[in-house]
Ligand binder design. Structure first.
Ligand code: SAM
Length: 262
Protein backbone atom coordinates (compact mmCIF):
# COMPACT_ATOMS: atom_id res chain seq x y z
CA UNK A 1 0.00 0.00 0.00
CA UNK A 2 1.23 3.48 -0.84
CA UNK A 3 0.25 6.50 1.27
CA UNK A 4 1.40 10.03 0.45
CA UNK A 5 1.11 12.83 2.99
CA UNK A 6 1.31 16.56 2.22
CA UNK A 7 2.33 18.56 5.25
CA UNK A 8 4.33 21.53 6.50
CA UNK A 9 6.05 19.12 8.91
CA UNK A 10 7.19 15.98 7.04
CA UNK A 11 9.49 15.21 9.98
CA UNK A 12 6.43 14.61 12.22
CA UNK A 13 5.14 11.95 9.83
CA UNK A 14 8.61 10.47 9.26
CA UNK A 15 9.52 10.34 12.96
CA UNK A 16 6.37 8.58 14.09
CA UNK A 17 6.28 6.13 11.22
CA UNK A 18 9.87 4.98 11.63
CA UNK A 19 9.12 2.95 14.77
CA UNK A 20 6.93 0.04 15.79
CA UNK A 21 4.22 -1.29 13.47
CA UNK A 22 4.57 1.36 10.75
CA UNK A 23 8.36 1.12 10.81
CA UNK A 24 8.19 -2.65 10.38
CA UNK A 25 5.60 -2.37 7.61
CA UNK A 26 7.84 0.08 5.78
CA UNK A 27 10.92 -2.12 6.20
CA UNK A 28 9.01 -5.11 4.90
CA UNK A 29 7.88 -3.02 1.89
CA UNK A 30 4.23 -3.55 2.86
CA UNK A 31 3.86 0.20 3.26
CA UNK A 32 5.32 2.82 0.94
CA UNK A 33 4.83 6.01 2.96
CA UNK A 34 5.94 9.30 1.38
CA UNK A 35 5.79 12.61 3.22
CA UNK A 36 5.95 15.72 1.02
CA UNK A 37 6.69 19.24 2.19
CA UNK A 38 3.93 21.66 1.17
CA UNK A 39 6.57 24.40 0.99
CA UNK A 40 8.00 22.64 -2.09
CA UNK A 41 4.98 24.10 -3.87
CA UNK A 42 5.82 27.69 -2.90
CA UNK A 43 7.16 29.95 -5.62
CA UNK A 44 8.99 32.66 -3.64
CA UNK A 45 12.39 32.59 -1.97
CA UNK A 46 10.84 32.57 1.50
CA UNK A 47 8.69 29.54 0.60
CA UNK A 48 5.50 31.28 1.72
CA UNK A 49 2.42 29.07 2.01
CA UNK A 50 -0.05 31.18 4.02
CA UNK A 51 -1.77 34.54 3.99
CA UNK A 52 -4.37 36.49 5.95
CA UNK A 53 -8.03 35.52 5.40
CA UNK A 54 -10.23 37.61 3.13
CA UNK A 55 -12.93 39.23 5.22
CA UNK A 56 -10.63 39.56 8.21
CA UNK A 57 -10.32 37.40 11.28
CA UNK A 58 -7.63 35.80 13.36
CA UNK A 59 -4.79 33.67 12.05
CA UNK A 60 -3.52 32.69 8.64
CA UNK A 61 -4.92 30.48 5.93
CA UNK A 62 -2.96 28.14 3.64
CA UNK A 63 -3.03 29.53 0.10
CA UNK A 64 -4.27 27.49 -2.84
CA UNK A 65 -1.27 28.02 -5.20
CA UNK A 66 1.43 26.22 -3.18
CA UNK A 67 -0.92 23.41 -2.22
CA UNK A 68 -2.07 22.78 -5.79
CA UNK A 69 1.56 23.05 -6.97
CA UNK A 70 2.86 20.60 -4.35
CA UNK A 71 0.22 18.01 -5.26
CA UNK A 72 0.66 18.53 -9.01
CA UNK A 73 4.45 18.23 -8.77
CA UNK A 74 4.22 14.85 -7.06
CA UNK A 75 1.48 13.72 -9.44
CA UNK A 76 3.68 14.46 -12.46
CA UNK A 77 6.96 13.10 -11.07
CA UNK A 78 6.03 10.02 -8.97
CA UNK A 79 2.31 9.62 -9.64
CA UNK A 80 -0.09 10.18 -6.75
CA UNK A 81 -2.29 7.57 -5.13
CA UNK A 82 -5.88 8.79 -5.12
CA UNK A 83 -8.24 9.45 -3.43
CA UNK A 84 -6.61 12.47 -1.82
CA UNK A 85 -8.26 13.37 1.49
CA UNK A 86 -8.04 16.70 3.28
CA UNK A 87 -7.96 16.27 7.08
CA UNK A 88 -10.36 18.71 8.71
CA UNK A 89 -12.76 18.81 11.67
CA UNK A 90 -15.54 19.31 9.10
CA UNK A 91 -14.76 16.05 7.25
CA UNK A 92 -16.46 12.66 7.17
CA UNK A 93 -16.03 11.07 10.60
CA UNK A 94 -13.18 8.57 10.42
CA UNK A 95 -14.05 5.28 12.12
CA UNK A 96 -13.22 1.60 11.83
CA UNK A 97 -15.60 1.25 8.88
CA UNK A 98 -13.76 3.97 6.94
CA UNK A 99 -10.44 2.39 7.99
CA UNK A 100 -11.61 -0.91 6.47
CA UNK A 101 -12.65 0.85 3.25
CA UNK A 102 -9.24 2.51 2.92
CA UNK A 103 -7.43 -0.73 3.77
CA UNK A 104 -9.01 -2.25 0.66
CA UNK A 105 -7.32 0.33 -1.60
CA UNK A 106 -3.87 0.11 -3.16
CA UNK A 107 -3.14 3.58 -1.85
CA UNK A 108 -4.45 7.01 -0.96
CA UNK A 109 -3.12 10.43 0.00
CA UNK A 110 -3.65 12.84 2.86
CA UNK A 111 -3.38 16.62 3.02
CA UNK A 112 -2.69 18.21 6.41
CA UNK A 113 -3.85 21.72 7.18
CA UNK A 114 -2.29 24.13 9.72
CA UNK A 115 -3.01 27.56 11.15
CA UNK A 116 -6.67 28.57 10.71
CA UNK A 117 -7.11 26.09 7.89
CA UNK A 118 -6.97 25.97 4.13
CA UNK A 119 -8.43 28.02 1.28
CA UNK A 120 -11.81 26.52 0.40
CA UNK A 121 -10.82 26.07 -3.26
CA UNK A 122 -8.48 23.30 -2.13
CA UNK A 123 -11.43 21.45 -0.63
CA UNK A 124 -13.58 22.18 -3.67
CA UNK A 125 -11.17 21.46 -6.52
CA UNK A 126 -8.00 19.64 -5.38
CA UNK A 127 -9.02 16.89 -2.99
CA UNK A 128 -11.42 14.00 -3.45
CA UNK A 129 -12.84 13.98 0.07
CA UNK A 130 -12.40 15.13 3.65
CA UNK A 131 -11.84 13.18 6.86
CA UNK A 132 -12.18 14.18 10.51
CA UNK A 133 -10.79 12.14 13.37
CA UNK A 134 -13.22 13.58 15.92
CA UNK A 135 -15.16 16.53 17.22
CA UNK A 136 -12.20 18.50 18.53
CA UNK A 137 -9.67 20.85 16.96
CA UNK A 138 -5.99 19.96 16.58
CA UNK A 139 -3.29 22.47 15.73
CA UNK A 140 -2.57 20.66 12.48
CA UNK A 141 -3.52 17.65 10.40
CA UNK A 142 -0.36 15.61 11.10
CA UNK A 143 -1.61 13.81 14.21
CA UNK A 144 -4.87 13.13 12.36
CA UNK A 145 -2.96 11.76 9.36
CA UNK A 146 -1.00 9.44 11.64
CA UNK A 147 -4.21 8.20 13.25
CA UNK A 148 -5.62 7.36 9.83
CA UNK A 149 -2.38 5.77 8.61
CA UNK A 150 -1.96 3.56 11.67
CA UNK A 151 -5.60 2.47 11.83
CA UNK A 152 -5.61 1.59 8.11
CA UNK A 153 -2.18 0.00 7.88
CA UNK A 154 -2.79 -2.48 10.69
CA UNK A 155 -5.77 -3.82 8.69
CA UNK A 156 -3.61 -4.58 5.67
CA UNK A 157 -3.06 -8.35 5.55
CA UNK A 158 0.31 -9.46 6.96
CA UNK A 159 1.12 -6.12 8.65
CA UNK A 160 -0.04 -7.43 12.03
CA UNK A 161 1.70 -10.58 13.18
CA UNK A 162 -1.48 -12.13 14.56
CA UNK A 163 -4.21 -12.03 11.91
CA UNK A 164 -6.90 -12.96 14.42
CA UNK A 165 -6.42 -9.74 16.32
CA UNK A 166 -8.23 -7.62 13.71
CA UNK A 167 -11.31 -9.84 13.64
CA UNK A 168 -11.63 -10.17 17.41
CA UNK A 169 -11.24 -6.59 18.48
CA UNK A 170 -13.40 -3.56 19.15
CA UNK A 171 -15.62 -2.48 16.22
CA UNK A 172 -14.82 -5.61 14.19
CA UNK A 173 -18.52 -6.51 14.42
CA UNK A 174 -19.86 -3.20 15.67
CA UNK A 175 -19.19 -4.02 19.35
CA UNK A 176 -16.43 -3.37 21.87
CA UNK A 177 -13.92 -6.04 22.78
CA UNK A 178 -14.28 -8.20 25.89
CA UNK A 179 -11.84 -7.55 28.79
CA UNK A 180 -8.41 -9.15 28.47
CA UNK A 181 -6.17 -10.47 31.27
CA UNK A 182 -2.63 -11.82 31.43
CA UNK A 183 -0.26 -13.07 34.14
CA UNK A 184 -0.16 -12.92 37.10
CA UNK A 185 -3.41 -14.65 37.95
CA UNK A 186 -3.54 -12.56 41.10
CA UNK A 187 -2.20 -9.02 41.28
CA UNK A 188 -2.46 -6.97 44.50
CA UNK A 189 -5.35 -9.12 45.55
CA UNK A 190 -7.23 -8.71 42.26
CA UNK A 191 -7.86 -11.97 40.47
CA UNK A 192 -8.93 -12.84 36.96
CA UNK A 193 -12.29 -14.43 36.09
CA UNK A 194 -12.05 -18.17 36.85
CA UNK A 195 -13.51 -19.17 33.50
CA UNK A 196 -10.42 -17.83 31.69
CA UNK A 197 -8.23 -20.30 33.56
CA UNK A 198 -10.60 -23.24 33.16
CA UNK A 199 -9.10 -24.48 29.90
CA UNK A 200 -12.65 -24.96 28.57
CA UNK A 201 -12.50 -23.12 25.22
CA UNK A 202 -16.25 -23.24 24.59
CA UNK A 203 -16.96 -21.73 28.00
CA UNK A 204 -14.33 -19.05 27.47
CA UNK A 205 -15.86 -18.19 24.08
CA UNK A 206 -19.35 -17.81 25.61
CA UNK A 207 -18.02 -15.68 28.46
CA UNK A 208 -16.20 -13.44 26.01
CA UNK A 209 -19.23 -13.15 23.75
CA UNK A 210 -21.34 -12.14 26.76
CA UNK A 211 -18.72 -9.66 28.04
CA UNK A 212 -18.55 -8.07 24.60
CA UNK A 213 -22.30 -7.41 24.81
CA UNK A 214 -22.20 -6.26 28.45
CA UNK A 215 -19.32 -3.86 27.86
CA UNK A 216 -20.89 -2.38 24.74
CA UNK A 217 -24.30 -2.01 26.42
CA UNK A 218 -22.73 -0.28 29.40
CA UNK A 219 -20.23 1.96 27.61
CA UNK A 220 -21.61 2.47 24.11
CA UNK A 221 -25.35 1.72 24.04
CA UNK A 222 -25.45 3.69 20.78
CA UNK A 223 -23.47 0.90 19.09
CA UNK A 224 -25.95 -1.74 20.28
CA UNK A 225 -28.86 0.45 19.16
CA UNK A 226 -27.24 0.87 15.74
CA UNK A 227 -27.40 -2.95 15.31
CA UNK A 228 -31.08 -2.89 16.22
CA UNK A 229 -30.63 -3.85 19.90
CA UNK A 230 -29.83 -7.30 21.28
CA UNK A 231 -31.19 -10.31 19.43
CA UNK A 232 -33.09 -13.11 21.27
CA UNK A 233 -30.00 -15.34 21.39
CA UNK A 234 -27.90 -12.54 22.82
CA UNK A 235 -30.47 -11.90 25.56
CA UNK A 236 -30.48 -15.63 26.36
CA UNK A 237 -26.69 -15.67 26.46
CA UNK A 238 -26.65 -12.81 28.96
CA UNK A 239 -29.32 -14.50 31.07
CA UNK A 240 -27.27 -17.73 31.03
CA UNK A 241 -24.21 -15.74 32.16
CA UNK A 242 -26.15 -14.15 35.02
CA UNK A 243 -26.17 -10.64 33.57
CA UNK A 244 -29.75 -9.98 34.60
CA UNK A 245 -29.07 -6.56 36.10
CA UNK A 246 -27.39 -5.26 32.97
CA UNK A 247 -30.28 -6.45 30.84
CA UNK A 248 -32.82 -4.88 33.17
CA UNK A 249 -30.88 -1.62 33.33
CA UNK A 250 -31.00 -1.38 29.56
CA UNK A 251 -34.71 -2.05 29.38
CA UNK A 252 -34.76 -5.72 28.37
CA UNK A 253 -37.65 -7.81 29.63
CA UNK A 254 -35.69 -10.32 31.72
CA UNK A 255 -38.77 -12.11 33.10
CA UNK A 256 -39.84 -13.50 29.76
CA UNK A 257 -36.35 -13.44 28.26
CA UNK A 258 -37.72 -11.41 25.38
CA UNK A 259 -35.27 -9.55 23.21
CA UNK A 260 -37.43 -6.45 22.89
CA UNK A 261 -36.64 -3.56 25.12
CA UNK A 262 -39.62 -2.77 27.33
N1 SAM B 1 -10.31 26.72 11.71
C1 SAM B 1 -10.50 25.31 11.51
C2 SAM B 1 -11.92 24.93 11.93
O1 SAM B 1 -12.48 25.62 12.77
O2 SAM B 1 -12.44 23.92 11.41
C3 SAM B 1 -9.52 24.49 12.34
C4 SAM B 1 -8.12 24.60 11.85
S1 SAM B 1 -7.03 23.59 12.77
C5 SAM B 1 -6.42 24.70 13.94
C6 SAM B 1 -5.67 23.37 11.69
C7 SAM B 1 -5.69 22.07 10.90
O3 SAM B 1 -5.66 20.97 11.79
C8 SAM B 1 -6.89 21.82 10.02
O4 SAM B 1 -6.81 22.48 8.79
C9 SAM B 1 -6.86 20.32 9.87
O5 SAM B 1 -5.98 19.92 8.82
C10 SAM B 1 -6.28 19.85 11.19
N2 SAM B 1 -7.31 19.33 12.12
C11 SAM B 1 -7.72 19.93 13.27
N3 SAM B 1 -8.64 19.20 13.89
C12 SAM B 1 -8.84 18.10 13.13
C13 SAM B 1 -9.70 16.96 13.25
N4 SAM B 1 -10.54 16.83 14.27
N5 SAM B 1 -9.64 16.02 12.29
C14 SAM B 1 -8.80 16.16 11.24
N6 SAM B 1 -7.96 17.21 11.07
C15 SAM B 1 -7.98 18.18 12.00
Amino acid sequence: MRIDVFTLFPELIEGFSRASLLGRAREAALLDLRAHDLRDGASDARRTVDDAPFGGGAGMVLMPEPLFAAVEQVTSTEGLPRPLFFLTPGGRPFDQGVARELAGLEGFSLLCGRYEGVDQRVGDHLVDGELSIGDFVLAGGEAAALVVIEAVTRLVPSVLGNEASVTEESFADGLLEYPQYTRPAEFRGWGVPEVLRSGDHAKVARWRAAQTLVRTLERRPDLVAARGGLGPEEVLLLLEQGEVEVLARHGYDVESGKSRQS
